[in-house]
Design a protein around this ligand. Structure first.
Ligand SMILES: [Zn+2]
Length: 290
């Protein structure tokens, strides 16, 4: 998979989606649609030319976003760092986009999972964005830095332990640069955090607006385009399934209503598209690359 940079504008804001690479998860449908009826999943996948039995691994792209608002150089999520053999390409794609890490003044961490947080800290434990404030939701910080209860996750014990260890280690490394935000908070002018809990307790989405143009960054509200079609099919990594589903309904209807360009971190590069009304729900329409 190439490690691309895709530049686009939102009003006067200069934006780029930046590939961090991808990660191969050892299961697919059982991870992404944990409690969904298998026959329904099989039928839905068939519509997308995926055969359930042959889809044994989920190869997920990781795609961050850089936004130059004119006043601020913002980075949304930092990728997986050394999490997998094909992650941690953000440093390279940032350079390709002409951005030096020291000019980034605001790093927004949508949530403290390793694929979003780890790329902000080097192997030596030093922050890779030394001049930036790191913005993270207060509930997310509180959850991971106290004794987090991952009991609700359908994951093996070592996975839960890994999530906690990495979150605490990386959050510890950036703690002096952290600014906590509450839901519905303007992080920098034109970029607003939207409470989007469910996937994690303090998971946030971001509404970016400039000159009547909009971009909605969903982060991990949805992990796969089928989550747009069937929001009820939550993933094993969604800590609170009910909240995940209600957050999906709220943000997907907002995206469709506003006809905003949408970014979804785990969707195929450039991870941009539109949420199109379809019956009582929606479908994903990937943006055409120029
Ligand atoms: Zn993620």
């Amino acid at each position: 998979m190439g490690h691309g940079v895709y530049k686009f504008n939102v009003g006067s804001f200069k934006c780029a989606t930046l590939s961090d690479g991808s990660f191969t998860y050892p299961s697919s449908a059982s991870l992404l649609f944990t409690h969904a009826p298998v026959e329904e999943v099989r039928a839905k996948l068939r519509e997308h030319h995926i055969q359930l039995e042959l889809w044994t691994e989920w190869i997920s792209p990781y795609t961050c976003i850089a936004i130059d608002t004119g006043a601020h150089h913002v980075l949304i999520d930092t990728g997986g760092g050394s999490l997998g053999p094909d992650t941690g390409h953000l440093t390279h794609t940032l350079a390709t986009a002409g951005i030096t890490p020291t000019e980034v003044d605001s790093v927004i961490i949508t949530h403290a999972h390793p694929d979003h947080l780890s790329g902000g800290v080097g192997a030596d434990g030093a922050s890779l964005f030394p001049c930036a404030r790191f913005f993270i939701h207060r509930d997310e910080w509180k959850f991971w830095t106290s004794a987090p209860d991952l009991g609700a996750l359908h994951a093996e014990e070592f996975v839960k332990q890994m999530l906690v260890t990495i979150a605490q280690e990386k959050l510890g490394a950036i703690r002096k640069q952290v600014t906590l935000v509450d839901g519905e908070h303007e992080v920098v002018p034109g970029i607003r955090a939207l409470a989007a809990s469910g996937h994690t307790p303090g998971h946030i989405a971001l509404s970016v607006s400039s000159n009547n143009s909009r971009l909605l960054c969903l982060a991990d509200t949805v992990l796969h385009p089928l989550h747009v079609e069937v929001p009820e099919w939550y993933a094993s990594v969604d800590l609170n399934p009910e909240r995940t589903v209600s957050t999906r309904y709220r943000l997907l209807s907002m995206a469709a209503h506003e006809k905003s360009l949408v970014h979804a971190f785990h969707f195929p590069f450039p991870a941009l598209g539109y949420v199109i009304p379809h019956g009582e729900r929606w479908r994903w329409q990937a943006a055409r690359m120029r």
